[in-house]
Structures are given as C-alpha cells and as structure tokens.
Design a protein around this ligand. Structure first.
Ligand code: SF4
Length: 79
C-alpha cells in the first residue's frame, strides 16, 4: 500500500506516530518521517492513524487491493 502525508498540512501532533509507530515517527518536535510504502499487514494501523490525524494530512492509496477484489468477484461469478 502507498501513503502520502501532506507535510504542508501536518502540524506535528504525532497522533500517527502513536497509533502506527512502525510507519510514522517524529523527528524532533515537528518534523515527521514515514514509510510511504507501508506493508499490507500495517494497513489497520495506517488507516487508524489517517482517521485520527486532526488535520487529515494522511492520504492512503491502495492500488494493490483493487485488482484482487475484482478477481475474487470474477471467480465467484464463474462458480
Ligand atoms: S497525526 Fe497528522 S498532523 Fe499529526 S504528525 Fe501525523 S500527519 Fe502530522
């Protein structure tokens, strides 16, 4: 999964680093470091962090999930 943080919006509240410490980390008081290519297993944490961000600075893109879903639907239609 891919994610982007709008660092112009980010106010360094650190909610994301608290909720998804494997993906987000504060560097000093205000700058945020993050992994833009988080593992699928970290999805729950990342979504929770995105929801909790007070300024909605975290954008989650999930292009890898969409083809799987379409494929599953296709298979179930064949059965
Ligand atoms: S929760 Fe939002 S505002 Fe706070 S550090 Fe994370 S991205 Fe920035």
């Amino acid at each position: 999964m891919r994610l982007v943080v709008d660092l112009n919006r980010c106010q360094g509240y650190a909610q994301c680093a608290f909720l998804a410490p494997d993906v987000f980390a504060m560097h000093g008081e205000e700058s945020l470091l993050y992994n833009p290519h988080a593992e699928a297993a970290q999805r729950e944490q990342v979504l929770r962090a995105a929801t909790a961000c007070p300024v909605r600075a975290i954008l989650v893109e999930d292009p890898d999930d969409a083809p799987d879903r379409v494929e599953e639907e296709g298979l179930s239609g064949v059965r």
